[in-house]
Design a protein around this ligand. Structure first.
Ligand code: NAD
Length: 507
Protein backbone atom coordinates (compact mmCIF):
# COMPACT_ATOMS: atom_id res chain seq x y z
CA UNK A 1 0.00 0.00 0.00
CA UNK A 2 1.39 3.43 -0.88
CA UNK A 3 1.05 6.10 1.80
CA UNK A 4 3.05 9.21 1.12
CA UNK A 5 2.28 10.61 4.54
CA UNK A 6 1.30 9.05 7.84
CA UNK A 7 -1.83 10.48 9.54
CA UNK A 8 -0.77 12.69 12.45
CA UNK A 9 -1.88 10.37 15.29
CA UNK A 10 -0.30 7.28 13.78
CA UNK A 11 3.29 6.36 14.70
CA UNK A 12 5.65 5.71 11.85
CA UNK A 13 7.92 2.76 12.52
CA UNK A 14 11.42 2.32 11.17
CA UNK A 15 14.03 -0.18 10.09
CA UNK A 16 17.01 -0.82 12.37
CA UNK A 17 20.24 -1.16 10.42
CA UNK A 18 23.82 -0.58 11.52
CA UNK A 19 22.65 0.18 15.04
CA UNK A 20 20.44 3.04 13.90
CA UNK A 21 16.78 3.57 13.17
CA UNK A 22 15.94 4.67 9.65
CA UNK A 23 12.64 5.72 8.14
CA UNK A 24 11.50 3.81 5.08
CA UNK A 25 12.38 5.32 1.71
CA UNK A 26 10.35 3.02 -0.55
CA UNK A 27 7.14 5.01 -0.06
CA UNK A 28 5.35 1.77 0.76
CA UNK A 29 3.84 1.05 4.16
CA UNK A 30 1.60 -1.48 5.89
CA UNK A 31 -0.85 -0.81 8.72
CA UNK A 32 -0.32 -2.05 12.27
CA UNK A 33 -3.68 -2.34 14.00
CA UNK A 34 -4.83 -2.10 17.56
CA UNK A 35 -6.79 -5.38 17.39
CA UNK A 36 -8.89 -4.35 20.41
CA UNK A 37 -10.39 -1.35 18.64
CA UNK A 38 -9.72 -2.03 14.97
CA UNK A 39 -7.91 1.28 14.66
CA UNK A 40 -4.60 1.74 12.89
CA UNK A 41 -1.97 2.54 15.52
CA UNK A 42 1.19 2.63 13.39
CA UNK A 43 2.53 2.39 9.89
CA UNK A 44 5.43 0.10 9.18
CA UNK A 45 7.66 0.78 6.19
CA UNK A 46 7.98 -1.99 3.61
CA UNK A 47 11.56 -2.16 2.42
CA UNK A 48 12.33 -2.28 -1.27
CA UNK A 49 15.25 -4.19 -2.74
CA UNK A 50 17.71 -1.34 -2.20
CA UNK A 51 16.88 -0.96 1.49
CA UNK A 52 17.08 -4.71 2.04
CA UNK A 53 20.39 -4.94 0.20
CA UNK A 54 21.78 -2.17 2.42
CA UNK A 55 20.82 -4.20 5.51
CA UNK A 56 22.60 -7.26 4.09
CA UNK A 57 25.72 -5.22 3.25
CA UNK A 58 25.86 -3.82 6.76
CA UNK A 59 25.49 -7.33 8.22
CA UNK A 60 28.12 -8.85 5.92
CA UNK A 61 30.64 -6.18 6.90
CA UNK A 62 29.93 -6.39 10.64
CA UNK A 63 30.06 -10.20 10.63
CA UNK A 64 33.76 -10.41 9.80
CA UNK A 65 34.85 -8.78 13.05
CA UNK A 66 32.10 -10.46 15.09
CA UNK A 67 33.29 -13.92 13.98
CA UNK A 68 36.72 -13.06 15.41
CA UNK A 69 35.31 -12.44 18.89
CA UNK A 70 35.90 -15.54 20.96
CA UNK A 71 32.73 -17.52 21.72
CA UNK A 72 32.79 -16.62 25.41
CA UNK A 73 32.83 -12.88 24.67
CA UNK A 74 29.95 -13.30 22.27
CA UNK A 75 28.04 -15.26 24.89
CA UNK A 76 28.51 -12.43 27.38
CA UNK A 77 26.58 -10.12 25.06
CA UNK A 78 23.67 -12.57 25.23
CA UNK A 79 23.92 -12.66 29.02
CA UNK A 80 23.77 -8.86 29.21
CA UNK A 81 20.84 -8.89 26.78
CA UNK A 82 19.01 -11.29 29.11
CA UNK A 83 19.44 -8.88 32.01
CA UNK A 84 18.14 -5.93 29.98
CA UNK A 85 15.17 -7.87 28.63
CA UNK A 86 14.35 -9.11 32.12
CA UNK A 87 14.30 -5.54 33.47
CA UNK A 88 11.95 -4.50 30.70
CA UNK A 89 9.78 -7.58 30.39
CA UNK A 90 6.52 -5.98 31.53
CA UNK A 91 6.81 -3.17 29.01
CA UNK A 92 7.79 -5.62 26.27
CA UNK A 93 4.83 -7.88 27.05
CA UNK A 94 2.44 -4.92 26.94
CA UNK A 95 3.84 -3.69 23.65
CA UNK A 96 3.54 -7.18 22.21
CA UNK A 97 0.01 -7.65 23.43
CA UNK A 98 -1.08 -4.25 22.09
CA UNK A 99 -0.07 -5.13 18.51
CA UNK A 100 -0.89 -8.85 18.53
CA UNK A 101 -4.06 -9.05 20.63
CA UNK A 102 -2.91 -11.91 22.89
CA UNK A 103 -3.33 -11.27 26.60
CA UNK A 104 -0.49 -9.63 28.51
CA UNK A 105 0.02 -12.82 30.53
CA UNK A 106 0.33 -14.82 27.32
CA UNK A 107 2.68 -12.18 25.87
CA UNK A 108 4.94 -12.77 28.90
CA UNK A 109 5.06 -16.43 27.88
CA UNK A 110 5.92 -15.48 24.27
CA UNK A 111 8.85 -13.43 25.53
CA UNK A 112 9.98 -15.99 28.11
CA UNK A 113 10.07 -18.84 25.61
CA UNK A 114 12.33 -16.64 23.47
CA UNK A 115 14.59 -15.73 26.39
CA UNK A 116 14.92 -19.44 27.22
CA UNK A 117 16.65 -19.91 23.87
CA UNK A 118 18.92 -16.91 24.48
CA UNK A 119 19.94 -18.60 27.76
CA UNK A 120 20.57 -21.83 25.87
CA UNK A 121 22.65 -20.00 23.26
CA UNK A 122 24.72 -18.38 26.01
CA UNK A 123 26.14 -21.88 26.59
CA UNK A 124 27.64 -21.75 23.12
CA UNK A 125 31.33 -22.05 24.03
CA UNK A 126 30.56 -25.60 25.14
CA UNK A 127 28.36 -26.36 22.16
CA UNK A 128 30.83 -25.07 19.60
CA UNK A 129 33.57 -27.47 20.66
CA UNK A 130 34.62 -29.58 17.70
CA UNK A 131 35.89 -33.14 17.53
CA UNK A 132 39.46 -34.38 17.76
CA UNK A 133 41.06 -37.69 16.85
CA UNK A 134 44.59 -38.10 18.11
CA UNK A 135 46.86 -40.19 15.88
CA UNK A 136 44.09 -40.96 13.37
CA UNK A 137 46.92 -42.24 11.14
CA UNK A 138 50.59 -42.56 11.96
CA UNK A 139 51.64 -39.08 12.99
CA UNK A 140 48.33 -37.68 11.79
CA UNK A 141 45.72 -35.88 13.85
CA UNK A 142 42.24 -34.98 12.65
CA UNK A 143 40.04 -32.29 14.12
CA UNK A 144 36.81 -30.67 13.10
CA UNK A 145 35.57 -27.23 13.95
CA UNK A 146 32.29 -25.41 13.57
CA UNK A 147 32.67 -22.31 11.43
CA UNK A 148 30.00 -19.60 11.19
CA UNK A 149 28.13 -19.30 7.91
CA UNK A 150 28.28 -15.51 7.53
CA UNK A 151 24.93 -13.77 7.22
CA UNK A 152 21.78 -15.63 8.24
CA UNK A 153 18.33 -14.17 7.57
CA UNK A 154 15.10 -14.82 9.45
CA UNK A 155 11.54 -14.26 8.27
CA UNK A 156 9.08 -14.53 11.11
CA UNK A 157 5.29 -14.75 11.58
CA UNK A 158 2.95 -12.47 13.48
CA UNK A 159 1.91 -14.95 16.11
CA UNK A 160 5.10 -15.04 18.21
CA UNK A 161 6.75 -11.65 17.64
CA UNK A 162 9.29 -12.11 20.46
CA UNK A 163 9.79 -15.86 20.66
CA UNK A 164 10.53 -16.75 17.06
CA UNK A 165 12.90 -13.85 16.28
CA UNK A 166 14.84 -14.81 19.43
CA UNK A 167 14.79 -18.52 18.53
CA UNK A 168 16.41 -17.66 15.23
CA UNK A 169 18.70 -14.78 16.16
CA UNK A 170 20.27 -15.98 19.41
CA UNK A 171 21.90 -19.20 18.12
CA UNK A 172 22.92 -17.46 14.88
CA UNK A 173 24.67 -14.64 16.74
CA UNK A 174 26.24 -16.89 19.34
CA UNK A 175 27.79 -18.99 16.56
CA UNK A 176 29.49 -15.93 15.07
CA UNK A 177 27.02 -15.03 12.33
CA UNK A 178 25.34 -11.73 11.59
CA UNK A 179 21.56 -11.86 11.43
CA UNK A 180 19.06 -9.94 9.29
CA UNK A 181 15.56 -10.19 10.67
CA UNK A 182 12.46 -9.55 8.56
CA UNK A 183 9.69 -9.68 11.15
CA UNK A 184 5.98 -9.82 10.47
CA UNK A 185 4.60 -6.52 9.28
CA UNK A 186 1.64 -7.05 11.65
CA UNK A 187 3.63 -6.45 14.84
CA UNK A 188 7.17 -5.21 14.31
CA UNK A 189 7.60 -3.06 17.45
CA UNK A 190 8.85 -5.80 19.78
CA UNK A 191 11.43 -7.14 17.30
CA UNK A 192 12.70 -3.56 16.83
CA UNK A 193 12.99 -3.06 20.58
CA UNK A 194 14.79 -6.39 21.01
CA UNK A 195 17.35 -5.27 18.42
CA UNK A 196 17.92 -2.04 20.39
CA UNK A 197 18.45 -4.07 23.54
CA UNK A 198 21.05 -6.25 21.81
CA UNK A 199 22.91 -3.09 20.83
CA UNK A 200 22.75 -1.83 24.43
CA UNK A 201 24.03 -5.21 25.55
CA UNK A 202 27.18 -4.69 23.48
CA UNK A 203 26.38 -6.28 20.15
CA UNK A 204 28.34 -4.36 17.51
CA UNK A 205 26.19 -2.31 15.08
CA UNK A 206 25.19 -4.24 11.97
CA UNK A 207 25.47 -7.70 13.53
CA UNK A 208 21.69 -7.72 14.03
CA UNK A 209 19.66 -5.71 11.55
CA UNK A 210 15.88 -5.49 11.34
CA UNK A 211 14.43 -4.75 7.96
CA UNK A 212 10.67 -4.43 7.80
CA UNK A 213 8.88 -5.47 4.69
CA UNK A 214 6.96 -8.03 2.72
CA UNK A 215 7.56 -9.89 -0.51
CA UNK A 216 10.24 -7.56 -2.00
CA UNK A 217 12.33 -7.78 1.14
CA UNK A 218 11.99 -11.56 1.29
CA UNK A 219 12.85 -11.98 -2.39
CA UNK A 220 15.97 -9.88 -1.90
CA UNK A 221 17.05 -11.98 1.09
CA UNK A 222 16.45 -15.11 -0.96
CA UNK A 223 18.45 -13.94 -3.95
CA UNK A 224 21.43 -12.14 -2.41
CA UNK A 225 24.41 -14.54 -2.46
CA UNK A 226 25.77 -13.07 0.78
CA UNK A 227 22.86 -14.54 2.74
CA UNK A 228 24.13 -18.04 3.45
CA UNK A 229 21.12 -19.46 5.27
CA UNK A 230 17.56 -18.56 5.91
CA UNK A 231 15.03 -19.45 8.57
CA UNK A 232 11.34 -18.99 7.83
CA UNK A 233 8.31 -19.49 10.04
CA UNK A 234 4.82 -18.80 8.72
CA UNK A 235 2.10 -20.36 6.60
CA UNK A 236 2.79 -23.52 4.59
CA UNK A 237 2.44 -22.18 1.01
CA UNK A 238 5.00 -19.46 1.71
CA UNK A 239 7.24 -21.83 3.70
CA UNK A 240 7.30 -24.20 0.70
CA UNK A 241 8.02 -21.33 -1.70
CA UNK A 242 10.81 -19.91 0.49
CA UNK A 243 12.37 -23.35 0.94
CA UNK A 244 12.43 -24.12 -2.79
CA UNK A 245 13.69 -20.66 -3.74
CA UNK A 246 16.39 -20.70 -1.07
CA UNK A 247 17.59 -24.09 -2.32
CA UNK A 248 17.57 -22.84 -5.92
CA UNK A 249 19.88 -20.04 -4.78
CA UNK A 250 22.22 -22.44 -3.02
CA UNK A 251 21.17 -21.49 0.50
CA UNK A 252 20.65 -23.61 3.55
CA UNK A 253 17.04 -23.23 4.72
CA UNK A 254 14.71 -24.33 7.48
CA UNK A 255 11.10 -23.37 6.86
CA UNK A 256 8.26 -24.07 9.24
CA UNK A 257 4.64 -23.94 8.18
CA UNK A 258 1.08 -24.42 9.37
CA UNK A 259 -0.41 -27.09 11.56
CA UNK A 260 -3.47 -29.08 12.51
CA UNK A 261 -2.66 -30.47 15.92
CA UNK A 262 -4.76 -33.33 17.30
CA UNK A 263 -5.41 -34.24 20.91
CA UNK A 264 -6.47 -37.86 21.41
CA UNK A 265 -8.68 -38.53 24.42
CA UNK A 266 -8.59 -42.21 25.38
CA UNK A 267 -11.55 -43.67 27.33
CA UNK A 268 -9.29 -44.06 30.40
CA UNK A 269 -8.11 -40.42 30.37
CA UNK A 270 -8.84 -38.07 33.25
CA UNK A 271 -11.60 -36.17 31.48
CA UNK A 272 -11.21 -33.04 33.61
CA UNK A 273 -7.58 -32.80 32.64
CA UNK A 274 -8.36 -33.44 28.99
CA UNK A 275 -11.05 -30.74 28.98
CA UNK A 276 -8.74 -28.21 30.67
CA UNK A 277 -6.08 -29.04 28.10
CA UNK A 278 -8.44 -28.64 25.16
CA UNK A 279 -9.88 -25.38 26.38
CA UNK A 280 -6.46 -23.84 27.04
CA UNK A 281 -4.67 -25.20 23.97
CA UNK A 282 -7.66 -24.78 21.64
CA UNK A 283 -8.74 -21.27 22.54
CA UNK A 284 -5.67 -19.70 24.22
CA UNK A 285 -4.27 -16.83 22.13
CA UNK A 286 -7.54 -17.08 20.16
CA UNK A 287 -6.18 -20.22 18.51
CA UNK A 288 -3.39 -18.26 16.80
CA UNK A 289 -0.62 -20.66 17.77
CA UNK A 290 1.13 -23.13 15.52
CA UNK A 291 0.94 -25.57 18.43
CA UNK A 292 -2.73 -24.84 19.20
CA UNK A 293 -4.93 -27.91 19.41
CA UNK A 294 -7.54 -27.60 16.69
CA UNK A 295 -8.78 -31.21 16.56
CA UNK A 296 -10.03 -33.24 19.53
CA UNK A 297 -10.25 -36.98 18.92
CA UNK A 298 -12.27 -38.76 21.60
CA UNK A 299 -12.09 -42.55 21.34
CA UNK A 300 -15.49 -44.24 21.60
CA UNK A 301 -18.97 -42.71 21.61
CA UNK A 302 -19.26 -42.52 25.40
CA UNK A 303 -15.99 -40.55 25.67
CA UNK A 304 -17.10 -38.30 22.82
CA UNK A 305 -20.52 -37.53 24.31
CA UNK A 306 -19.04 -36.73 27.71
CA UNK A 307 -16.25 -34.63 26.20
CA UNK A 308 -18.55 -32.54 23.99
CA UNK A 309 -20.93 -31.91 26.91
CA UNK A 310 -18.11 -30.69 29.17
CA UNK A 311 -16.46 -28.60 26.45
CA UNK A 312 -19.78 -26.91 25.73
CA UNK A 313 -20.20 -25.96 29.38
CA UNK A 314 -16.68 -24.64 29.65
CA UNK A 315 -16.89 -22.61 26.44
CA UNK A 316 -19.98 -20.84 27.78
CA UNK A 317 -17.88 -19.65 30.73
CA UNK A 318 -14.95 -18.38 28.65
CA UNK A 319 -14.10 -14.75 29.05
CA UNK A 320 -13.14 -12.96 25.86
CA UNK A 321 -11.85 -9.48 26.45
CA UNK A 322 -9.37 -6.78 25.58
CA UNK A 323 -5.82 -8.04 25.44
CA UNK A 324 -4.93 -5.85 28.44
CA UNK A 325 -7.85 -7.14 30.54
CA UNK A 326 -6.19 -9.31 33.22
CA UNK A 327 -9.39 -11.35 33.52
CA UNK A 328 -9.58 -12.22 29.81
CA UNK A 329 -8.94 -15.81 28.72
CA UNK A 330 -8.20 -14.62 25.22
CA UNK A 331 -8.30 -11.42 23.22
CA UNK A 332 -8.98 -10.42 19.64
CA UNK A 333 -7.50 -11.83 16.45
CA UNK A 334 -4.64 -9.93 14.87
CA UNK A 335 -6.29 -8.34 11.84
CA UNK A 336 -9.60 -7.97 10.00
CA UNK A 337 -8.55 -10.57 7.40
CA UNK A 338 -8.02 -13.10 10.19
CA UNK A 339 -11.51 -12.45 11.60
CA UNK A 340 -13.06 -12.79 8.15
CA UNK A 341 -11.18 -16.04 7.50
CA UNK A 342 -12.30 -17.58 10.79
CA UNK A 343 -15.95 -16.68 10.19
CA UNK A 344 -15.76 -18.07 6.66
CA UNK A 345 -14.36 -21.36 7.94
CA UNK A 346 -17.20 -21.66 10.43
CA UNK A 347 -19.69 -21.01 7.59
CA UNK A 348 -17.89 -23.67 5.56
CA UNK A 349 -18.07 -26.23 8.36
CA UNK A 350 -21.83 -25.76 8.54
CA UNK A 351 -22.12 -26.19 4.76
CA UNK A 352 -19.97 -29.31 4.91
CA UNK A 353 -22.35 -30.87 7.40
CA UNK A 354 -20.40 -30.67 10.65
CA UNK A 355 -22.50 -30.08 13.77
CA UNK A 356 -21.89 -26.54 15.07
CA UNK A 357 -22.36 -27.00 18.81
CA UNK A 358 -21.13 -23.54 19.81
CA UNK A 359 -21.24 -20.69 17.31
CA UNK A 360 -18.76 -17.86 17.98
CA UNK A 361 -19.31 -15.99 14.73
CA UNK A 362 -21.47 -13.18 16.08
CA UNK A 363 -19.52 -12.45 19.23
CA UNK A 364 -19.18 -8.71 19.94
CA UNK A 365 -17.32 -7.18 22.87
CA UNK A 366 -19.47 -4.26 24.03
CA UNK A 367 -17.73 -0.96 23.39
CA UNK A 368 -15.33 -2.67 20.98
CA UNK A 369 -17.59 -3.29 18.03
CA UNK A 370 -14.78 -2.68 15.54
CA UNK A 371 -12.26 -4.88 17.36
CA UNK A 372 -11.25 -8.18 15.75
CA UNK A 373 -12.97 -10.42 18.29
CA UNK A 374 -14.14 -13.91 17.40
CA UNK A 375 -16.09 -16.00 19.88
CA UNK A 376 -15.13 -19.61 20.55
CA UNK A 377 -16.69 -22.13 18.17
CA UNK A 378 -17.01 -25.88 18.61
CA UNK A 379 -17.79 -28.38 15.88
CA UNK A 380 -18.77 -32.00 16.55
CA UNK A 381 -18.91 -34.89 14.06
CA UNK A 382 -16.25 -33.44 11.80
CA UNK A 383 -14.95 -35.97 9.27
CA UNK A 384 -11.58 -36.23 7.49
CA UNK A 385 -13.00 -35.36 4.08
CA UNK A 386 -14.09 -31.89 5.27
CA UNK A 387 -11.95 -28.84 4.50
CA UNK A 388 -12.40 -27.58 8.06
CA UNK A 389 -10.51 -30.72 9.09
CA UNK A 390 -7.86 -30.62 6.40
CA UNK A 391 -6.99 -26.92 6.49
CA UNK A 392 -5.53 -24.71 9.19
CA UNK A 393 -8.15 -22.24 10.47
CA UNK A 394 -5.85 -20.41 12.92
CA UNK A 395 -8.62 -19.11 15.14
CA UNK A 396 -10.72 -20.11 18.17
CA UNK A 397 -12.39 -23.07 16.48
CA UNK A 398 -12.13 -26.61 17.82
CA UNK A 399 -13.27 -29.61 15.77
CA UNK A 400 -14.25 -32.92 17.34
CA UNK A 401 -13.55 -35.96 15.17
CA UNK A 402 -15.00 -39.08 16.77
CA UNK A 403 -12.81 -42.19 16.47
CA UNK A 404 -14.20 -45.68 16.96
CA UNK A 405 -10.98 -47.06 18.44
CA UNK A 406 -7.34 -46.34 19.21
CA UNK A 407 -6.06 -47.40 15.77
CA UNK A 408 -8.39 -44.95 14.04
CA UNK A 409 -7.33 -42.18 16.44
CA UNK A 410 -3.66 -42.91 15.72
CA UNK A 411 -4.26 -42.86 11.97
CA UNK A 412 -5.87 -39.41 11.94
CA UNK A 413 -2.84 -37.26 12.89
CA UNK A 414 -0.48 -39.72 11.21
CA UNK A 415 -2.19 -39.38 7.84
CA UNK A 416 -2.87 -35.65 8.09
CA UNK A 417 -0.97 -33.37 5.72
CA UNK A 418 0.42 -31.41 8.64
CA UNK A 419 2.62 -32.94 11.32
CA UNK A 420 3.58 -30.31 13.86
CA UNK A 421 2.39 -31.41 17.31
CA UNK A 422 0.05 -34.04 18.68
CA UNK A 423 -1.04 -35.10 22.16
CA UNK A 424 -2.56 -38.12 23.79
CA UNK A 425 -4.41 -38.13 27.10
CA UNK A 426 -4.44 -41.54 28.74
CA UNK A 427 -3.54 -43.22 32.01
CA UNK A 428 -2.13 -46.26 30.27
CA UNK A 429 1.64 -46.39 29.77
CA UNK A 430 1.51 -49.04 27.04
CA UNK A 431 -0.88 -46.96 24.94
CA UNK A 432 1.18 -43.81 25.43
CA UNK A 433 4.40 -45.57 24.50
CA UNK A 434 2.90 -47.18 21.42
CA UNK A 435 1.45 -43.84 20.37
CA UNK A 436 4.68 -41.87 20.77
CA UNK A 437 6.59 -44.48 18.76
CA UNK A 438 4.12 -44.84 15.89
CA UNK A 439 2.53 -41.42 15.40
CA UNK A 440 3.79 -39.53 12.33
CA UNK A 441 4.38 -36.02 13.71
CA UNK A 442 7.40 -34.03 14.90
CA UNK A 443 6.42 -33.30 18.51
CA UNK A 444 4.34 -35.44 20.85
CA UNK A 445 2.76 -34.68 24.22
CA UNK A 446 1.69 -37.35 26.70
CA UNK A 447 -0.90 -35.73 28.94
CA UNK A 448 0.67 -32.43 27.79
CA UNK A 449 -1.43 -30.47 25.30
CA UNK A 450 1.20 -28.14 23.78
CA UNK A 451 4.43 -30.15 23.60
CA UNK A 452 6.80 -27.28 22.74
CA UNK A 453 10.15 -28.72 23.83
CA UNK A 454 12.42 -26.87 26.26
CA UNK A 455 15.15 -24.72 24.73
CA UNK A 456 17.93 -27.34 24.89
CA UNK A 457 15.87 -29.81 22.85
CA UNK A 458 14.91 -29.26 19.22
CA UNK A 459 11.54 -27.95 17.99
CA UNK A 460 10.27 -28.92 14.56
CA UNK A 461 7.23 -30.25 12.75
CA UNK A 462 7.12 -32.91 10.04
CA UNK A 463 5.37 -33.19 6.68
CA UNK A 464 3.80 -29.88 5.50
CA UNK A 465 4.63 -28.29 8.88
CA UNK A 466 8.39 -28.23 8.35
CA UNK A 467 10.76 -28.14 5.37
CA UNK A 468 14.46 -28.79 5.84
CA UNK A 469 16.61 -31.21 7.79
CA UNK A 470 17.15 -29.27 10.96
CA UNK A 471 14.73 -27.93 13.56
CA UNK A 472 14.80 -24.85 15.74
CA UNK A 473 16.78 -24.43 18.98
CA UNK A 474 18.48 -27.30 20.79
CA UNK A 475 21.35 -29.13 19.08
CA UNK A 476 19.84 -28.65 15.61
CA UNK A 477 20.17 -24.86 15.89
CA UNK A 478 23.93 -25.12 16.35
CA UNK A 479 24.19 -27.37 13.30
CA UNK A 480 22.02 -25.04 11.27
CA UNK A 481 24.07 -21.95 12.15
CA UNK A 482 27.51 -23.45 11.51
CA UNK A 483 29.30 -25.60 8.99
CA UNK A 484 31.85 -28.23 9.75
CA UNK A 485 35.45 -27.82 8.72
CA UNK A 486 37.61 -30.91 9.11
CA UNK A 487 41.38 -30.56 9.38
CA UNK A 488 43.88 -33.40 8.85
CA UNK A 489 47.39 -32.50 10.00
CA UNK A 490 50.78 -34.01 10.28
CA UNK A 491 54.17 -32.65 11.13
CA UNK A 492 56.57 -34.87 9.19
CA UNK A 493 59.79 -33.61 10.78
CA UNK A 494 61.94 -33.60 7.69
CA UNK A 495 61.10 -37.07 6.35
CA UNK A 496 60.78 -37.24 2.56
CA UNK A 497 58.47 -39.90 1.16
CA UNK A 498 58.19 -38.72 -2.40
CA UNK A 499 54.94 -38.18 -4.32
CA UNK A 500 52.19 -40.73 -3.81
CA UNK A 501 49.76 -41.52 -6.60
CA UNK A 502 47.30 -43.61 -4.60
CA UNK A 503 44.52 -42.37 -2.36
CA UNK A 504 45.98 -41.98 1.15
CA UNK A 505 44.76 -44.53 3.69
CA UNK A 506 45.43 -44.62 7.39
CA UNK A 507 46.50 -48.29 7.45
P1 NAD B 1 2.54 -15.68 6.81
O1 NAD B 1 2.99 -16.84 6.01
O2 NAD B 1 1.45 -14.82 6.29
O3 NAD B 1 3.78 -14.68 7.04
C1 NAD B 1 5.00 -15.13 7.56
C2 NAD B 1 6.12 -14.23 7.06
O4 NAD B 1 6.20 -14.34 5.64
C3 NAD B 1 5.89 -12.76 7.38
O5 NAD B 1 7.13 -12.19 7.76
C4 NAD B 1 5.41 -12.20 6.07
O6 NAD B 1 5.74 -10.84 5.89
C5 NAD B 1 6.13 -13.05 5.05
N1 NAD B 1 5.39 -13.16 3.79
C6 NAD B 1 4.05 -13.06 3.60
N2 NAD B 1 3.75 -13.24 2.31
C7 NAD B 1 4.91 -13.49 1.65
C8 NAD B 1 5.25 -13.78 0.30
N3 NAD B 1 4.32 -13.87 -0.65
N4 NAD B 1 6.54 -13.97 0.00
C9 NAD B 1 7.48 -13.92 0.96
N5 NAD B 1 7.23 -13.64 2.25
C10 NAD B 1 5.95 -13.43 2.60
O7 NAD B 1 2.22 -16.24 8.26
P2 NAD B 1 1.57 -15.47 9.49
O8 NAD B 1 0.13 -15.24 9.20
O9 NAD B 1 2.41 -14.31 9.88
O10 NAD B 1 1.73 -16.57 10.64
C11 NAD B 1 0.82 -17.59 10.88
C12 NAD B 1 1.28 -18.89 10.27
O11 NAD B 1 2.55 -19.26 10.79
C13 NAD B 1 0.36 -20.06 10.62
O12 NAD B 1 0.21 -20.86 9.48
C14 NAD B 1 1.12 -20.80 11.71
O13 NAD B 1 0.80 -22.16 11.84
C15 NAD B 1 2.51 -20.61 11.24
N6 NAD B 1 3.47 -20.82 12.32
C16 NAD B 1 4.20 -21.97 12.30
C17 NAD B 1 5.11 -22.22 13.30
C18 NAD B 1 5.91 -23.47 13.30
O14 NAD B 1 6.87 -23.57 14.06
N7 NAD B 1 5.59 -24.46 12.48
C19 NAD B 1 5.26 -21.29 14.34
C20 NAD B 1 4.50 -20.13 14.32
C21 NAD B 1 3.60 -19.90 13.29
Amino acid sequence: MIRPQAPAAVRELTHFVDGKHSLGTSGSHSEVYDPNTGEVQALVPLADRGETTAAITSAAEAQRAWAEWNPQRRARVLLRFLQLAEQEKDALARLLSAEHGKTVADAHGDLQRGLDVVEFAAGIPHLLKGEFSDNAGTGIDVHSLRAPLGVIAGITPFNFPAMIPLWQAAPALACGNAFVLKPSERNPSVPLRLAELFLEAGLPPGVLNVVNGARDAVDTLLEDPRVAALGFVGSTPIAAHVYATAAAHGKRAQCFGGAKNHLIVMPDADLDQAVDALIGAGYGSAGERCMAISVAVPVGEATADALVARLTERIAALRIGRSDDPEADFGPLVAPEALRRVREYVDLGVQEGAELVVDGRDFVLPGHEKGFFAGASLFDRVTPDMRIYQEEIFGPVLSVVRAADYEEALRLPSEHLYGNGVAIFTRDGDTARDFTRRVNTGMVGVNVPIPVPVAHHTFGGWKRSGFGDLGQHGPDAIRFCTRTKTVTSRWPAGRREGASFTIPTMG
